[in-house]
Design a protein around this ligand. Structure first.
Ligand code: HPA
Length: 235
């Protein structure tokens, strides 16, 4: 039962889905961590792979960039493929010196000033919570692995490039970091009453202008990927 954007048949997508933004990262995760991998989507080169991790079926599906792209894929995954759990895995820019490069941030909620909510029809919501249950599993898993992880609100922006460097508007609303996809994922999870969250690695700091180098980025993203995989198979 393919959709306009996803060519997979219904059984070809697992109930548990990890969503990196980048299709090449989806390919890398599937190749590195999954067994019995099958390609589930190649339309628009937003790759999806379904396989098993420690015997549990998982799909890795790239969301693309931005609220719009994540909005389409997460909608279709919940609505057309009956997906139950989605963890976004990605990067974010820090709004505070307390949240350092390489830190892991688990989104407990996302704020956005987007019109996505009005236009997608559930109503006007500025701040949407992640799944508390899913977050608890991720925090417990991180604890058992001795991994440090912070929890907080993210700002999901529509504009990566912006001339307004005054972030106090967002920090006053409790946002610790900025990224571009979590809001529409959580919105659709709320719409369909499913579980979703976002696990993010801080890749740059908007206050100090530091950025992580590409090699460390790979390694740190690997730790995040394993934490997400170990957590999602428990749900
Ligand atoms: N802005 C928006 N999205 C991001 C950023 C940023 O600085 N860093 C990582 N994702």
């Amino acid at each position: 039962m393919p959709t306009v954007h996803i060519e997979a048949q219904k059984g070809e997508i697992a109930k548990r889905v990890l969503m990196p933004g980048d299709p090449n990262r989806a390919k890398y995760i599937a190749k590195t961590y999954l067994e019995n991998v099958k390609v589930a989507n190649q339309l628009r080169a937003e790759y999806a792979f379904t396989g098993t991790y420690k015997g549990v079926e998982v799909t890795i599906f790239s969301s693309g960039m931005g609220i719009g792209s994540m909005g389409i894929y997460s909608y279709e995954l919940f609505h057309d493929y009956d997906v139950e759990t989605i963890i976004r895995i990605g990067t974010a820019g820090s709004y505070t010196e307390d949240l350092k490069l390489y830190d892991l941030l688990l989104a407990d909620s996302a704020y956005s000033n987007t019109t996505f909510d009005e236009e997608a029809g559930v109503g006007n919501i500025d701040i949407i919570n992640s799944s508390f249950e899913l977050n608890s599993t991720i925090l417990d898993t991180a604890y058992l692995k001795n991994m440090k992880i912070k929890t907080g609100r993210v700002h999901t922006t529509e504009a990566f490039y912006n001339e307004n460097k005054d972030y106090s508007k967002y920090t006053k609303l409790g946002c610790m970091a900025v990224e571009m996809e979590t809001y529409s994922l959580l919105y659709n999870a709320k719409k369909f009453m499913r579980k979703a969250t976002a696990l993010l690695t801080i890749s740059d700091n908007l206050i100090t202008h530091e950025e992580i180098d590409s090699k460390t980025r790979e390694q740190k993203l690997d730790e995040m990927i394993v934490l997400a995989l170990e957590s999602i198979i428990k749900k």
